[in-house]
Design a protein around this ligand. Structure first.
Ligand SMILES: CC(O)(O)NCCCCNCCCN
Ligand SMILES: [Zn+2]
Length: 664
């Protein structure tokens, strides 16, 4: 299934008609440069174009009052003076004779997107719209927003398609208070927002934008605010909040639909955000949400005022929605102190509502009162700090790297008598192994003669790795007689000069561990039922699940809170996913793991499985081909000792691995 793209140039046909410094950044060019970048890059042609439509009155009334709608209806007939007068009753927003029409198109586009996804016409999609929506409220326009496009879409999806749980992820740099107000008492809509806050010193300066607004009544726990109290947040900060706050809750919530308030003013160069995250971060933020809700994801444009980073960020998002390989994120430095404080506050505020956050630490020592004093000091420092040091328009950043699709998506190396799963390309051609390698294999296998088919398998395996590294193939599945032995060979012998760093994810337990290296060339993360704490080292990280890999709750927690951060920080060139026989890992969890691991190494994942487990080749192939993993249904409450052990493991490791830090 494809990716929908909604864009109508009519939505560029309104603009600010008077002087208002607060609103001058919201210009028609925002939409024009975004769409043109998609056209120029060839991405728009790969999308399914869906026409915009006007939202009807009843659809708008899902969120807004009749009084407000009737008032807005009058704006097309107002004189300039009337429009100015009308605008004065709202904050940081402007009206125009054509904005009502465009606001209906913006909301209608979001609804068209929901229809396309919910009817299965497309898998996911993005609506490029203006005016944005997430600040507008029941009876008021605000922050360039007239109708709350995403809030209307959420209510519409519930009403028309009986969607039980909607996740709204708001990565715009402003707090979408309009969305928060709409759903704060509604447990069927989980609203997550991060936003520049600076201890209430940043617009819209609301006390209820802080992390302690967790929702009300039956909605308690279903509103997550992560305030950024400093500017200059980077890719690491954003990824840490996704791995340690949003994703654990999102997986526990198990939504049927994901809506994204896709504001790109959180990107570097934006005058509003003054953050330093690069446009390629949106490729990963999108990817990390794409295995939720069976891949049903609707992104709706909100803010984004630096025309260069906006266009790049939109392209990065669309390219991921289309399933292209992800760019490698280089030199992640781990979250800054302020970000750790924010995520620690959010986690502790929500630990009573979400079992996946149950073991979160207490809030940091800095209590609220001293914050204002501190921020005042920071305020001073900031003004002292030379203007150009902060990430603003003056900031330059590299163009996002090209994300080339290899000619072959998924290849397989299988015994001749095993049929190749649909969609995979069987690799039969293989170069003869160098005699040196054969002798290595011999003494590796401690057998005099490494039998013929073993050599064939290894020569094909070696060829496959070469093709992965050469980006001729994206990922691969290999069936071998002895998976542990194969893993050792791949790690020790076959990758010596081809790759710099291999991330080995070992699912299940195996006999001995003599492949652990200390030079950082290999990072092994093993998830099993065995407690191997005493073998742990910086590059060998055993995660013990009491009930073993069949405990999906424990497994997904270990993946989100430990494996993902580690993987991002380690930044491998190859991922080796080894499925030990008898691991007991649940199929949907296995597919989720393969899906999430695609975020590393440009998607170069090599899955090693034992021949006698060929029954799960089909689901492995499906995940390797990029089909969304099935949702992890009815997750049990994780075992307390596992959750606690994971928290402690992170604390012990965070000296070596900064992205594991969740406490300041
Ligand atoms: C959709 C959105 O979240 O991007 N709207 C942002 C509104 C910002 C209002 N304040 C502007 C002050 C100018 N420096
Ligand atoms: Zn914004």
């Amino acid at each position: 299934m494809g990716t929908a793209l909604l864009y109508d140039e009519e939505m560029t046909k309104y603009k600010l008609l008077w002087v208002d410094p607060a609103c001058k950044i919201e210009v028609p060019e925002r939409l024009i440069v975004s769409y043109e970048a998609l056209v120029r890059s060839g991405l728009s042609d790969r999308c399914i174009s869906i026409p915009a439509r006007e939202a009807s009155d009843s659809e708008i009334l899902l969120v807004h009052s009749e009084l407000y709608l009737e008032a807005v209806k009058k704006t097309p007939y107002m004189t300039l003076e009337d429009l100015k007068e009308f605008t004065l009753q709202f904050g940081d927003v402007y009206f125009h004779p054509n904005i009502y029409h465009c606001a209906k198109l913006a909301s209608g586009s979001a609804l068209q997107l929901v229809d396309s996804v919910m009817t299965g016409k497309v898998r996911n999609g993005i609506a490029l719209v203006r005016p944005p929506g997430h600040h507008s409220m029941h009876g008021a326009a605000n922050g360039f927003c007239v109708f709350n496009n995403v809030a209307i879409a959420a209510r519409y999806a519930k009403q028309k398609y009986g969607v039980k749980r909607v996740l709204i992820v708001d990565w715009d740099i402003h707090h979408g208070q309009g969305v928060q107000y709409c759903f704060e008492d509604d447990p069927s809509v989980l609203y997550f927002s991060w936003h520049r806050y600076e201890h209430q010193n940043f617009w819209p300066n609301l006390r209820e934008s802080d992390y302690d607004s967790v929702g009300k009544e039956s909605g308690a726990g279903f509103n997550i605010n992560v305030p950024w109290n400093n500017v200059g947040m980077e890719n690491s900060d954003y990824l840490s909040v996704f791995c340690h706050v949003l994703l654990p809750v999102a997986y526990e919530f198990c939504p049927d639909l994901v809506l994204v308030c896709a504001g790109f003013d959180s990107a570097i160069g934006d005058p509003e955000g003054e953050m330093c995250a690069t446009p390629d971060i949106f490729a990963h933020l999108t990817h990390l949400l794409m295995n939720l809700a069976g891949g049903k994801l609707c992104a709706v444009l909100e803010g984004g005022y630096n025309l260069t980073s906006l266009a790049q960020s939109v392209c990065q998002t669309v390219q991921t929605l289309l399933g292209d390989p992800l760019p490698q994120l280089a030199n992640l430095r781990g979250p800054c102190k302020s970000a750790v404080e924010s995520l620690q506050c959010a986690r502790s505020a929500h630990r009573r509502y979400w079992s996946f956050l149950k073991h979160a630490a207490d809030p940091p020592m800095t209590d609220i009162s001293t914050k204002h004093i501190k921020s005042a000091m920071e305020e001073e420092e900031k003004t002292e700090m030379a203007e150009e040091e902060r990430c603003t328009e003056g900031k330059v950043w590299p163009e996002p790297p090209e994300r080339l699709c290899p000619p072959v998506c998924s290849a397989s190396v299988l015994p001749d008598d095993v049929a190749c799963p649909d969609g995979l390309k069987r690799l039969s051609s293989s170069k003869d192994l160098e005699p040196l390698l054969v002798s290595k294999l011999k003494n590796r296998f401690r057998t005099a003669a490494v039998d013929g088919d073993r050599v064939t398998t290894f020569s094909r395996l070696y060829t496959l790795i070469e093709k992965l590294v050469a980006n001729e193939i994206r990922n691969g599945l290999v069936l071998v007689p002895d998976v542990a032995a194969a893993m050792m060979c791949v790690v020790q012998d076959l990758t010596s000069d081809l790759v710099k760093r291999v991330l080995v994810v070992c699912v299940g337990k195996e006999k001995e561990l003599d492949y652990v290296t200390t030079d950082g060339k290999v990072l092994v993360v093993q998830i099993s039922s065995e407690d191997r704490e005493e073998q742990r080292s910086k590059y060998y990280i055993p995660v013990c699940l009491k009930k073993g890999c069949s405990d999906t709750s424990g497994f997904i927690q270990a993946v989100l809170g430990l494996l993902l951060p580690l993987g991002y920080e380690y930044n491998p060139d190859l991922v080796l996913l080894v499925r030990m026989p008898g691991s007991g890992v649940v199929d949907s969890m296995w597919q989720q793991l393969i899906g999430l691991l695609q975020g590393f190494a440009k998607g170069h994942t090599l899955v090693l499985m034992q021949v006698n487990e060929k029954a799960c080749m089909g689901s492995t192939a499906s995940a390797l081909l990029g089909h969304p993993a099935p949702p992890l249904q009815d997750l049990q409450t994780p075992f307390p000792e596992d959750g606690d052990a994971l928290e402690r493991l992170r604390e012990r490791l965070q000296a070596d691995w900064k992205t594991l830090q969740t406490t300041s």
